[in-house]
Design a protein around this ligand. Structure first.
Ligand SMILES: Nc1nc2c(ncn2[C@@H]2O[C@H](COP(=O)(O)OP(=O)(O)OP(=O)(O)O)[C@@H](O)[C@H]2O)c(=O)[nH]1
Ligand code: SF4
Ligand SMILES: [Mg+2]
Length: 420
């Protein structure tokens, strides 16, 4: 038997908020019992369906989270188990109510399990529209979430709800081309200048991902270890080794993907007929699902910095740091040399600082984000975009520091190709 990999979409909220009515609206059947009695839905109810433009889905209607007593606790447990299973949480809010403890709990659980969440304001009557601002006052900041305002009993609102899901939900099997410019049967150079930070016995995740991708595309990855210290010292032997390597190909490689730290060398060593980009640029384009240009535009802030401006260097993990660590040593040094009057601060780890803290920065320079999920990265970018804080990343920063021409060159492969 073939089982379809379905996106799981769950309806959550207080009793009587209209979850079952929405379930029926979505599934276009009388799947769930709808009644004015609070607690009508006592167990999770599943419907298999198909959303045009998304594919097969499983809808889950749940019992309200806020029923009291023992039975309520059991129902809540069941609803929570369903929440963990979901890819998308639809939080149904009745704006005419005034206590949002339940909704707050659901948001907390959704955040804990890194779930995507869309708010559905279900208007029981048109007058409830005037209550929307109040919900945010009582429930707390909701600006990170997409929302839709509708009437669950109005069949005309079905399309509105589907459009909100289609526009804002990132499907579970969303695949994004890592290196869209790779052509089959062609050679690509991976420049990996190993240093003290390089783990023994394996490549770093972006390097391994690039290699695997190129092989999968029936192309040929060839790794090269550049000795950065010698290259920077102008050692002619090191340059000859590189030139010999390039000349050794019977068929000329079409491109080079390099560690961003070597861009100062490769901006002049990479033959002009070859594409040139960095692992870090590749990762941020991949993790942000193609929003590379936001990071490229962000770097332009550096041309307008003033004394006392703050820049945040953000890393999405807490890896062990060595003396020449890129985020804590190299980038701050470059920044301080070029812009001595600015203040450089750091953020490490999977949790990100709150809006108020982030707002004070003129620019965020982010790592490739390889240790967090695409979904978490998307949320992070969304939060930053809402605050209008420009963002860029390590690869773009290091390329820009070598001149705008170098930045244009490392970005060009993505502009030339049509990513899916
Ligand atoms: N006028 C109006 N009534 C609605 C709307 N949505 C739900 N209702 C009514 O509100 C009552 C509760 O709706 P349900 O869909 O059963 O709510 P629920 O969230 O599933 O409730 P429980 O299963 O008890 O947790 C029913 O009488 C619905 O007809 C709406 O948008 N407009
Ligand atoms: S999450 Fe960021 S800092 Fe951590 S290993 Fe990946 S790119 Fe480096
Ligand atoms: Mg119900």
């Amino acid at each position: 038997m073939i089982t379809l990999d379905r996106d799981i979409i769950g309806l959550f909220g207080k009793m009587n908020s209209g979850k079952s009515s929405l379930m029926n609206l979505l599934s276009q059947q009388e799947t769930s019992i709808v009644d004015a009695t609070p607690g009508t839905t006592t167990d999770t109810k599943i419907t298999l369906s198909e959303i045009h433009g998304l594919g097969p889905v499983k809808f889950i209607d749940t019992a309200g989270f806020n029923e009291a007593h023992d039975l309520g606790a059991k129902k809540r447990e069941k609803s929570l188990a369903a929440l963990k299973e979901c890819d998308l949480i639809l939080l149904v809010i009745d704006p005419s109510t005034s206590d949002y403890e339940t909704e707050r709990n659901i948001i907390t659980e959704a955040q804990k399990f890194e779930k995507q969440l869309i708010l559905i304001y279900n208007l029981f009557c048109e007058h409830d529209r005037s209550q929307l601002a109040k919900v945010e006052d009582l429930l707390g900041p909701l600006s990170n979430y997409h929302f839709v305002v509708l009437n669950a009993l109005d069949v005309n609102d079905r399309q509105k709800l589907l459009d909100t899901i289609l526009t804002n939900y990132v499907p579970r099997n969303f695949s994004f081309d890592l290196l869209p410019f790779i052509e089959p049967h062609e050679f690509y150079i991976l420049n990996i200048p190993m240093d003290d930070e390089t783990p023994f016995g394996r490549l770093l995740r972006p390097q391994a991902m690039a290699e695997a991708y190129i092989i999968r595309k029936w192309a040929f990855p060839v790794a090269y270890r550049m000795n950065l210290a010698k290259a920077r010292a102008g050692d002619p032997e090191e340059q000859k080794r590189w030139l010999d390597f390039i000349a050794s190909f019977k068929k000329r490689p079409l491109g080079i993907i390099t560690d961003s730290q070597a861009i100062d060398i490769l901006k002049s060593w990479a033959p002009v007929d070859m594409k040139l980009t960095t692992f870090s640029v590749m990762m941020i384009n991949y993790m942000s699902r193609g929003r590379l240009m936001e990071f490229v535009n962000g770097i332009k802030v550096l041309n307008k910095l003033r004394s006392g401006d703050r820049i945040l260097i953000a890393e999405a993990c807490n890896h062990s740091r060595i003396v020449e660590d890129i985020g804590t040593v190299q980038i701050p040094q470059i920044l301080k040399k070029r812009y001595p009057e600015i203040i450089v601060e750091h953020s490490f780890g999977r949790e990100f600082m709150g809006d108020l803290m982030l707002k004070k920065y003129k620019l965020i320079i982010h790592c490739g984000g390889c240790m967090i999920s695409n979904q978490r990265m998307t949320v992070r970018l969304y939060e930053i975009a809402k605050l209008n804080v420009p963002i860029t990343n390590y690869g773009i920063f290091l390329s820009f520091m070598q001149g705008e021409h170098t930045l244009d060159r490392v970005v060009a492969p993505w502009l030339d190709s049509t990513s899916n």
